[in-house]
Design a protein around this ligand. Structure first.
Ligand code: ZN
Length: 189
């Protein structure tokens, strides 16, 4: 297994439509194994063919349960996936992408989806997903159509600004708890 290079914006492969897979031979098997390893190494919860410079309709997703941190992760390796049904109900959520590491954005997605796909060996399969898993599938399948999360929202943040804001909020909270200025901060005179 090899760790592949993850293509970053503004690489043009990220904006092209990927080709359907028809050959389920050893090359595809190798690519899927490498994509799983690359996703885990990143680490990320999903990866699509174009992100490793392969214009093929392949995605890998690994996710547990958003409400249970201890739940085991479930791995999906899907070939030629398509969203066959999606809920009308949508939900906003903060999304990032391994190909756009410095940004996150508020993206509206269907709450639940049904994904029709083939397994890595070509068998037809259908998956129903909701919540974060549904969001991940929508994000990864978008990649196969050359669509990035930044194409779906105008509400985009820089990751470093969010971290700075979070740290500032946390510092303020600590100050409120401890009651600044504290006794220990008296000057040495
Ligand atoms: Zn992505």
């Amino acid at each position: 297994m090899a760790i592949l290079e993850i293509v970053k914006e503004p690489h043009k492969v990220l904006h092209r439509k990927a080709r359907p897979v028809s050959d389920f031979g050893p090359e595809l098997q190798q690519l899927i194994d490498d994509m799983v390893g690359t996703m885990r190494e990143a680490p990320g919860v999903g990866l699509a063919g174009p992100q490793v410079n392969q214009l093929l309709r392949v995605i890998v997703v690994e996710f547990g349960d958003e409400e249970d941190d201890e739940a085991p992760l479930k791995l999906f390796t899907l070939v030629n996936p398509e969203i066959s049904k999606m809920s009308k109900e949508t939900v906003m959520g903060i999304e990032g992408c391994l190909s756009i590491p410095e940004l996150v954005g508020d993206v509206s997605r269907a709450v639940s989806v049904t994904v029709k796909a083939q397994t890595r060996h070509g068998q037809v399969t259908k998956i129903k997903a909701s919540g974060w898993l549904a969001r991940i599938f929508q994000h990864e399948i978008d990649h196969l159509n050359g669509v990035l999360f930044t194409d779906r929202t105008d509400v985009i943040y820089r990751v470093e600004d969010l971290i700075a804001a979070e740290e500032a909020a946390q510092a303020e909270e600590e100050e409120l708890i401890s009651g600044a200025p504290t006794e220990t901060s008296t000057s040495l005179d």
